[in-house]
Each structure stands twice: as structure tokens, then as C-alpha cells.
Design a protein around this ligand. Structure first.
Ligand SMILES: NC(=O)c1ccc[n+]([C@@H]2O[C@H](COP(=O)([O-])OP(=O)(O)OC[C@H]3O[C@@H](n4cnc5c(N)ncnc54)[C@H](OP(=O)(O)O)[C@@H]3O)[C@@H](O)[C@H]2O)c1
Length: 301
């Protein structure tokens, strides 16, 4: 490839590990961040550019001369919506990035979505994300969309929140705790990204990925509790409708413990189509959440 790989969201949980993997692989990297002062580059060779998904001119500058774009910037559902709502970033911002990548003539764009089984109702978090993905498919840039299940690994916000929860004498669980998650390690996901940047096998495809286990939410809490030294995690299953009402009320807080969008993401199984999807698609076996946590702890950082 001629030119650097632009990584947006380079200061995020996933973006940081993608930058690290690219540097390890010897690829030139251009890291796009909103606040350069807050970013510690994985290596001095990393070029840092300032950009914001809500500022189209900054995206054109960031894409100029890049060989490829890895799109890992988004407002995730566990955060409150920013000014203008989630869609201003996750739909309109991603569309602007795809337009900038197309205009710059980059070789390809690898975009991070998530597993999405949501009903097509306007206003839902996932439906906005879908609009961003559709814009990429139509922009003209060669694309691959990766849709991972929930990721674990160094700095995972999901694991941190669960690790805080299991300290409570009783952990509130939305619904009956049977929703399954196919946790996948962030470094295995970064390895998939690198594979998507090579060859043409995954161009024009949307690829769901997940780890080698589909684990019910209740059991994820048990695994995290065990890593925290708890023999038993007591749970209180709360009807999802009631939790949703509470989540809406808590949005007045500056950093609410739960958001309606996060509940939407965990309302249904968050699993890929099969257990061996990474092995079949990328030719390696991703880490098991249970085994990895037992061997390496929670990697809370
Ligand atoms: N984490 C998971 O389990 C998981 C699972 C499936 C899919 N994904 C997807 O993977 C992507 C990365 O997730 P993540 O966990 O790394 O999230 P994250 O840690 O919150 O990182 C998101 C990054 O996006 C940046 N960002 C937010 N708004 C922006 C804007 N307007 N312009 C430019 N950058 C902006 C943030 O910048 P600041 O650092 O300045 O805030 C942050 O660095 C997301 O699309 C997410 O939905 C994540």
C-alpha cells in the first residue's frame, strides 16, 4: 500500500489496539484524534492528525494521501448522546468520512459496526448506526464492515462496568440474564482488521465476528466475579421495561451508569452467526473469554 493507514478513533479502546497492531506489522499509521494532547502514540513513527466526524473539512485533510481508512470513531451506546444526538456523529459523520475517503481515492475503508438485530424503528441507536453503514456502501470507496460482538481486553469499558457491578452485594440484571454475548478479544479483532486491509476477499462485505463462546449475561457476571475473588455473584433480575424507565430518568446525570442505547444493545443476543466465524473467515482461533480471564485477569489497566 502506498501511504499511511488512517485510523479514526485512534484514542479509543479499539482504535488504540488497531494502531498498535498496524505499527507491529510495520505499516505507516496516521492516527486521527480530537484532542492530540490526550493521545499517547504507540510509536514515534505514528503521524497524528486532528479531526472530528462533525467537521467535514478536517476529514478531507485527514484522508488526503492515505492508502486506507480504518473507521473506529463513534459515540458508543454506553455514552450519553452528544449535542445534536448520536446520529450527527454515527450516521452523518460516518457518511462524511466515507465521502472524504472516496474523494481522496483511498484503496479501502474498514469500518467498525456492531452486531445488529434491532427492529427498524426510527430514533433507535442502532438504526442511526445502520444509516452510517449504508452511506459507506453507497459512497464509492471499496469497503468492508466488521461487526464484532462485545470486545474485552486492556481498557474494555464493558468489563470495567461489570467489574464494578460485581462488587455490589446484589447485582441488578436487566431481564432474565439469558441474553448471550460472544465476547471477542480486542487484539483478535485488530488482527481481523489487518486481514481486511489485505487482498480483496472481504471487499464489499459485512462480516460479523465473535469469540469461540456464546455466554449468557448472568454467566459473564460469574466469570468476572470469580476474577474479582467472589465465590458467588448474587443477581436481581429486573424487568427490562423497568430498567429502561430508570435509564431514561438517569439521563439527567452528567455520566449516567446506564443509557437507553446501551440497554438496546443488550436487549437481544449479541452473537455472530456461528462460533467458528473468525476461524473460518480469518484462519485463526480467537481467544476464549473464560480461559483468557482465568489466565490474565480482567486487564482493567
Ligand atoms: N468496545 C466494544 O465492545 C465494541 C463492540 C463492537 C463494536 N464496537 C465499535 O467499535 C468502535 C470503537 O469502539 P470503542 O469501544 O473503541 O469506543 P471508544 O473507546 O469510546 O472510542 C471511540 C473513539 O471515537 C472518538 N470519537 C467520538 N466522537 C467523535 C467525533 N465526533 N469525531 C471524531 N472522533 C470521535 C472518541 O474520541 P475521544 O477519545 O476524543 O473521546 C474515541 O477515541 C465503535 O464504532 C464501536 O461501536 C465496539
Amino acid at each position: 500500500m502506498d501511504g499511511p493507514v488512517l485510523v479514526t478513533g485512534a484514542n479509543g479502546f479499539v482504535g488504540r489496539r488497531v494502531v498498535h497492531a498496524l505499527v507491529e506489522a510495520g505499516s505507516p499509521v496516521r492516527a486521527m484524534v480530537r484532542r492530540p494532547g490526550a493521545f499517547a502514540a504507540a510509536d514515534s513513527s505514528v503521524e497524528i492528525v486532528t479531526g472530528d466526524l462533525t467537521d467535514a473539512a478536517s476529514l478531507r485533510r485527514a484522508c488526503d494521501g492515505a492508502a486506507a481508512v480504518v473507521s473506529a470513531a463513534a459515540v458508543t451506546g454506553d455514552r450519553k448522546p452528544p449535542k445534536g444526538g448520536y446520529d450527527r456523529v454515527n450516521a452523518d459523520g460516518i457518511a462524511a468520512l466515507a465521502a472524504a475517503a472516496t474523494a481522496a481515492g483511498v484503496d479501502r475503508m474498514v469500518h467498525f459496526g456492531g452486531i445488529d438485530r434491532a427492529e427498524d424503528r426510527p430514533g433507535r441507536y442502532l438504526v442511526g448506526r445502520r444509516r452510517g453503514e449504508d452511506a459507506i456502501r453507497k459512497a464509492g470507496v471499496p469497503w468492508t464492515i466488521l461487526q464484532p460482538s462485545v470486545q474485552f481486553g486492556p481498557g474494555s469499558e464493558f468489563v470495567r462496568v461489570m467489574a464494578d457491578l460485581v462488587r455490589l452485594p446484589v447485582v441488578p440484571v436487566p431481564g432474565d440474564g439469558s441474553v448471550r454475548i460472544q465476547l471477542v478479544h480486542v487484539d483478535d479483532v485488530a488482527r481481523c482488521v489487518l486481514a481486511c486491509l489485505e487482498g480483496s476477499a472481504r471487499l464489499g462485505r459485512t462480516v460479523e465476528i465473535g469469540g469461540p463462546e456464546m455466554i449468557p449475561y448472568d454467566h459473564v457476571l460469574d466469570v468476572i466475579g470469580a476474577a474479582r475473588g467472589k465465590r458467588r455473584v448474587r443477581k436481581l433480575h429486573v424487568p427490562s421495561g423497568l430498567v429502561a424507565l430508570q435509564a431514561r430518568a438517569l439521563q439527567v446525570l452528567p455520566k449516567p451508569p446506564v443509557t437507553p442505547a446501551a440497554l438496546e444493545l443488550l436487549a437481544e443476543d449479541n452473537v455472530a452467526l456461528s462460533l467458528d466465524v473468525v476461524e473460518r473467515e480469518f484462519g485463526f482461533r480467537p481467544r476464549s473469554f473464560r480461559e483468557h480471564v482465568a489466565a490474565h485477569g480482567l486487564e482493567l489497566g
